[in-house]
Write a protein that binds this ligand. Structure first.
Ligand SMILES: NC(=O)c1ccc[n+]([C@@H]2O[C@H](COP(=O)([O-])OP(=O)(O)OC[C@H]3O[C@@H](n4cnc5c(N)ncnc54)[C@H](OP(=O)(O)O)[C@@H]3O)[C@@H](O)[C@H]2O)c1
Length: 292
């Protein structure tokens, strides 16, 4: 049985991925391939009930352990990895870096503490957990590092600068890391979802101070994003299936865009002159009509 540690499994992609991966070993057609034992982690164990219920409903509760792990707290990362490795007999096949947060708002309005919270989670958190696991992966000369990035890593987005920066940063880091760890038979994979219906939209603060110079832009964008992005957001179980596939694949791809918006972004990425790209996004969101 293979083993995987997944972060941020209290909701969204993390919860669905934990269930999908644990469930896979039970599938009748999966007899020929080994199943997975899932080490689901979350920062607040008081939120574990939905995961417990979903994995029980899938008939896979025996293949899942839940451990506390806050990716922004060094002591929690160390204790979480120690506990998981102990339970897993010192061997771990893969990690899914899923935990992530966002903040909406014009860059100038977003408090520094909020910006740092996003980078601490989406960027530094991934690095900290990877550092803690690499000695194990190197020693066993195998391991797979799956990172939940985003189609926000493809192009700039208004009112989302910090989140976009966190995903660009993690992709640059992942591309570079791959050169260093490939000789140890450690794979690096990016999963890049488009818009999906998870808790992230409701959980992310939208910053708009009373006296903001960006009020007109932000009010317009709020409506445009609700109408054009959120309205077409898809079922997050699609992403869980792609992550499970990336874990199962004998030779995984480096990038897995998920959903039509991510695929379009992936296909045109780097191919359009910046001016054309900005014009298209400005028109799509109707930003040319905003007067500040
Ligand atoms: N939804 C989308 O449209 C979309 C698209 C592209 C990429 N993504 C990425 O997908 C990943 C999962 O997000 P989601 O959409 O599934 O949102 P979600 O439902 O809000 O899930 C985020 C998860 O991350 C956890 N988390 C936050 N900070 C953490 C920390 N410091 N340590 C450990 N866990 C932490 C949350 O735990 P709590 O419950 O304790 O807050 C929650 O379990 C993120 O990396 C996000 O950037 C999402």
């Amino acid at each position: 049985m293979r083993s995987v540690l997944i972060t941020g499994t209290s909701s969204g992609f993390g919860l669905h991925t934990a269930v999908e991966v644990a469930r896979r070993g039970w599938h009748v057609f999966a007899m020929a391939r080994r199943g997975w034992h899932v080490f689901a982690t979350m920062r607040n164990l008081a939120k574990r009930a939905p995961l417990d219920a979903a994995v029980a409903a899938a008939g896979a509760a025996e293949r899942l352990d839940v451990t506390q792990l806050d990716v922004t707290q060094a002591a929690s990362v160390e204790a979480g990895v120690r506990a998981v490795l102990q339970r897993a007999g010192g061997h771990l096949d893969a990690v899914v870096h899923n935990a992530g947060v966002a903040v909406g708002g014009a860059f100038e309005d977003v408090p520094d503490a909020e910006a740092r919270r996003v980078m601490e989670t989406n960027f530094w958190g991934v690095l900290a957990l990877t550092r803690a696991l690499l000695p194990t992966f190197r020693a066993q000369r195998s391991g797979r590092i799956v990172i939940v990035s985003s189609n926000s890593a493809y192009a700039g987005e208004p009112a989302n600068a910090i989140y976009v920066a966190s995903k660009w940063a993690i992709e640059g880091w992942a591309e570079s890391l791959a050169y260093e760890v490939t000789p140890f038979n450690i794979g690096v994979v990016l999963v890049e979802p488009g818009s999906y219906k998870t808790e992230i939209w409701g959980n992310s603060p939208r910053v708009l101070p009373e006296n903001s110079a960006y009020r007109a832009l932000m009010q317009h964008l709020e409506k445009a994003i609700d109408e054009k992005v959120l309205a077409s957001a898809r079922d997050p179980r699609e992403v869980a299936q792609v992550i499970a596939r990336a874990l199962d694949a004998r030779k995984p791809r480096f990038r897995y865009p998920v959903g039509p918006d991510a695929w379009i972004g992936h296909l045109v990425r780097g191919k359009l002159p910046s001016r054309v790209q900005r014009f298209a996004i400005t028109r799509l969101l109707g930003l040319h009509r905003v007067r500040s």
